[in-house]
Design a protein around this ligand. Structure first.
Ligand code: FES
Ligand code: FES
Length: 157
């Protein structure tokens, strides 16, 4: 089947999509956006998190056919030109990235959290990121990064 959707503001069409193919596969293998990572492919780790019509979803659990006519935003779509989003900057500054496999999903999820709750409490941060697994960092630096990004974004509001 053919699937047409918008990703990061750009119209994309993928042909010969198999009925069981995931949005994650289409993003990574067909439209050249490998930022979203494939770690578990069963909705357990959050490394494939993207926005679908403004809501974070696990792209590995979304069938490609479900995105027909809809809007996807990936980690590649958060920066504005050469300027990283404050969440991305904070992850770098706080040392919240080690192997980096979990990072794209965490960044999208944290971006969504701060969009909904500008100054989240630690409990709210932990709750929001509960579905995103990291095998390397121990999470403390990740929480630091979300706190920093929220503070920076609040300053510019
Ligand atoms: S790869 Fe999608 S949740 Fe793990
Ligand atoms: S930085 Fe390696 S899994 Fe999180």
């Amino acid at each position: 089947m053919r699937v047409s959707f918008t990703v990061n503001g750009r119209r994309e069409t993928a042909d010969d999509v198999w009925e069981g193919e995931s949005l994650l596969y289409v993003l990574r293998e067909r439209v050249g956006l490998p930022g979203s990572k494939n770690a578990c492919e069963q909705g357990e780790c959050g490394s494939c998190t993207v926005y679908l019509d403004g809501l974070p979803v696990c792209a590995c659990l979304v069938a490609a056919g479900q995105v027909e006519g809809r809007e996807v935003r990936t980690v590649e779509g958060l920066a504005e030109g050469d300027r990283l989003d404050p969440v991305q900057e904070a992850f770098v500054e706080c040392g919240a990235v080690q192997c980096g496999f979990c990072t794209p999903g965490l960044v999208v999820q944290a971006h969504d959290l701060i969009g909904r709750i500008p100054r989240p409490s630690d409990a709210e941060i932990r709750e929001a990121l509960a579905g995103n697994l990291c095998r390397c960092t121990g999470y403390e630096k990740i929480i630091d990064a979300v706190r920093l990004a929220a503070a920076r974004k609040a300053e510019t509001r």
